[in-house]
Design a protein around this ligand. Structure first.
Ligand SMILES: *[C@@H]1O[C@H](CO)[C@@H](O)[C@H](O)[C@H]1NC(C)=O
Ligand SMILES: *[C@@H]1O[C@H](CO)[C@@H](O)[C@H](O)[C@H]1NC(C)=O
Ligand SMILES: *[C@@H]1O[C@H](CO)[C@@H](O)[C@H](O)[C@H]1NC(C)=O
Ligand SMILES: *[C@@H]1O[C@H](CO)[C@@H](O)[C@H](O)[C@H]1NC(C)=O
Ligand SMILES: *[C@@H]1O[C@H](CO)[C@@H](O)[C@H](O)[C@H]1NC(C)=O
Ligand SMILES: *[C@@H]1O[C@H](CO)[C@@H](O)[C@H](O)[C@H]1NC(C)=O
Length: 619
């Protein structure tokens, strides 16, 4: 059930807009439970005549990208990063095959309610994994099984962990989305997540229990594998994110008060780089990275923000970008990288400048409607440099607007079939909507897709419907069935023309990478498609920006039975309802066993008399 906090959460969502936003009183109203909204669950995909995935792809070898072919004699090293081992390499089509190592890496993450003070500004309440911020990095090799035991020591919240970007092939119940793939882990309970690393590269894990990750529940995942350019040293994950001195719940109250006066929510207080920064008052410390002149370093950038897009740069050093999310790309050089929330870029830095200290900079992307009060800095020092803060100057910031710098070309070439685009394509319209609260008749603002704000029931996840064969999905589950495996599915995500809040949204899909067929401003023109879209080796990733007042066209193959959330990764927006779930090939989903049922029973018992009620979408 929604309560008035939703309005506050929405205001937070608008934190990133710089001008006051009017409540769209003239918007569609719908009754309790969203019954007048689009009944998304009635949408059924037509059966397709497109061939199954194996035949609709091009060759998995990309000879134009490299002359080195993977074989047992080709071993990963500083001058052969494209190799891996035993016939696997950066050329491998990881949709089709991955190494079987037989290894299982094990971690335990204990969630506690504690305090933290990452920039020296002062203690605040934080929820942490093993008392650390960011949480421990989970490291595995490509093809390993990862097993993580999560212990919930919070007394007043459930929790779950989503492994961002992990395909979860045959392990949908390990995706960590409460209300879709499991019930929350009740206070005092434990869950073991087990999944296979079928892709390699850099990603992260975080709570999906409302906006809980904004209070500290994040950590990096590093899956060792081949790469599309050479380097000497792997510096590891480097998370960059916005940070608030208040908790998400406190911000809700401030935002709610602001809303009454038509003001946007508060900006972030600062940015953290690898969990650190100096506070505006000068307390705290910069993260320090040591370089040796003449060496090449791989740095794994991750945007773990809740509301802010960030640009990063290292003074005097070009960044050679080699991956986008978990996808190796043709390397390119740039001075600044734009990180949308949830996105990752692995970059190589060549330490070929004068021995000295250099600023690493993180700035909010104000052209992406992001705002905050302070900037992020860390220090990269060459061995032999004198101590002290750098005195270097920044590269000129890009002026091209809130767009990814460049077309990102995947290393392994894939072709998306365009033949069924026109009769298969679906539309998803993103806008604010006004919802009437059942209990008091008050109208509140929410984010919706086709005017329906997703609102999951933690006690009755989608997989419970699948287990019991119940197809009476409430319309607020925003459930779209994809019954047919082995076809391409295409979606135009469109900001409603004339929307009062034309801001960019980082759209993230679970269970699949998607191909970005195109993006643009204004309204997508179906009549001139498909020739206006990219079909030959389009950018492939798991988060892409929907431009403000624009559209994003994506495609993915149905090759992974499961219930998969697709949502805006701005924490306040998914909290507010900006998401749908795809229920793919439900009869072929690998269903969870009795541990899963016990977790739900424990949650239902806890939720008979919870410390706090759910007040948002739950996601
Ligand atoms: C965390 O601790 C604070 C202060 O003791 C308490 O008010 C709050 O309910 C706790 N939250 C959770 C989720 O356990
Ligand atoms: C993180 O993503 C958010 C939202 O897309 C964006 O505003 C912010 O600039 C990104 N941060 C970095 C460091 O790129
Ligand atoms: C340093 O390396 C960059 C690539 O990272 C290259 O463009 C530049 O020319 C090199 N500079 C020197 C002085 O070697
Ligand atoms: C969303 O609304 C658009 C416009 O009315 C419609 O064409 C589309 O089919 C709807 N999408 C779904 C998934 O119902
Ligand atoms: C199916 O789900 C609906 C909605 O949650 C519920 O009202 C109904 O009781 C369920 N039916 C069965 C047979 O469990
Ligand atoms: C989680 O705990 C915080 C207090 O730490 C509380 O304000 C919030 O409402 C709780 N959320 C839920 C959904 O239980």
């Amino acid at each position: 059930m929604r309560v008035t906090q939703l309005a506050a959460a929405c205001l937070l969502a608008l934190a990133s807009t710089t001008t006051a936003t009017q409540i769209p009183q003239d918007h569609v109203l719908w009754g309790p439970g969203g019954s007048a909204g689009a009944t998304l669950h009635n949408v059924r995909r037509a059966t397709s005549s497109v061939a199954p995935s194996s035949t609709s792809k091009t060759s998995s070898v990309a000879p134009s990208s490299t002359s080195k072919v993977a074989d047992a004699a080709c071993t990963n090293g500083p001058t052969s990063r494209n190799c891996w081992s035993s016939g696997y390499s950066v050329l491998t089509d990881f949709d089709k095959k991955w190494p079987t190592t037989g290894n299982t890496v094990q971690y335990t993450l204990t969630v506690t309610n504690t305090t933290c003070n990452p920039d020296g500004n002062g203690d605040r309440i934080c929820f942490l994994y093993n008392g650390q911020y960011p949480g421990p990095t989970i490291e595995a090799n490509w093809g390993d099984t990862v097993q993580v035991t999560v212990v919930n020591k919070l007394t007043g919240n459930g929790t779950v962990i989503h492994w961002h970007g992990i395909r979860q092939l045959n392990t949908n119940a390990m995706d960590g989305v409460n209300g879709i793939t499991e019930c929350p882990i009740a206070p005092g309970d434990t869950k073991v997540y087990t999944w296979k690393a079928t892709q390699f590269g850099t990603t992260w894990y975080h709570s999906h229990y409302s906006s809980q990750y904004g209070d500290g529940l994040i950590g990096a995942i590093k899956i060792n594998g081949p790469a599309s350019a050479n380097y000497d040293v792997d510096l590891g994950p480097y998370p960059v994110n916005d940070w608030y001195y208040s908790t998400a719940d406190q911000l809700n109250v401030i935002a709610s008060n602001n809303l009454q006066q038509g003001q946007p929510p508060p900006p972030a207080d600062t940015l953290l780089i690898n969990g650190k920064n100096k506070s505006p008052g000068g307390a705290g410390a910069y993260d320090q990275v040591q370089l040796t002149k003449g060496k090449k370093y791989r740095l794994r950038l991750i945007n773990t923000s809740v509301d802010n897009n960030i640009r990063v740069s290292l003074d005097n050093h070009q960044l050679q970008v080699i991956t986008a999310d978990l996808v190796p790309i043709k390397p390119y050089y740039t001075n600044w990288v734009l990180l949308a929330i949830g996105q990752r870029y692995d970059v190589i830095i060549y330490a070929n400048q004068t021995v000295s200290n250099y600023w690493f900079r993180a700035e909010v992307a104000t052209d992406c409607a992001s705002s905050n009060n302070f900037y992020g800095r860390s220090v990269f020092s060459y061995a032999g440099a004198a101590s002290g803060d750098p005195t270097t100057s920044a590269f000129t910031a890009p002026s091209g607007g809130c767009v990814e710098d460049k077309t990102l070309v995947p290393w392994v070439t894939n072709t998306v079939s365009s033949s069924d685009f026109i009769n298969q394509v679906g539309n998803l319209n993103v806008d604010l909507a006004v919802e009437q609260v059942t209990t008091n008749g008050q109208n509140i603002v929410v984010w919706g897709v086709n005017v329906s704000a997703i609102d999951v029931d933690w006690r009755n996840p989608t997989l419970e419907y699948v287990k019991t064969g119940n197809t009476s999905y409430p319309s607020v589950l925003n459930l779209i069935e994809l019954p047919t495996e082995g076809i391409w599915t295409y979606w135009i995500i469109q900001e409603t023309p004339g929307t009062k809040v034309p801001i960019p949204h980082p759209i993230h899909l679970h269970g699949h990478d998607f191909y970005v067929l195109g993006t643009g401003s204004g309204t997508f023109d179906i009549n001139s498609s498909p020739s206006t879209l990219t079909w030959n080796n389009p950018t492939r990733r798991d988060v892409a920006l929907l431009p403000g007042a624009g559209w994003l066209a994506i495609a993915f193959q149905t090759d992974n039975p499961g219930a998969w959330l697709m949502h805006c990764h701005i924490a306040w927006h998914i909290s507010e309802g900006l998401g749908v779930q795809f229920l793919e090939a439900k009869s072929q989903i690998t269903l969870p066993g009795s541990d899963w049922d016990t977790q739900c029973t424990d949650w239902k018992t806890y939720y008979q008399n919870p410390v706090y009620q759910k007040t948002d979408s739950g996601l």
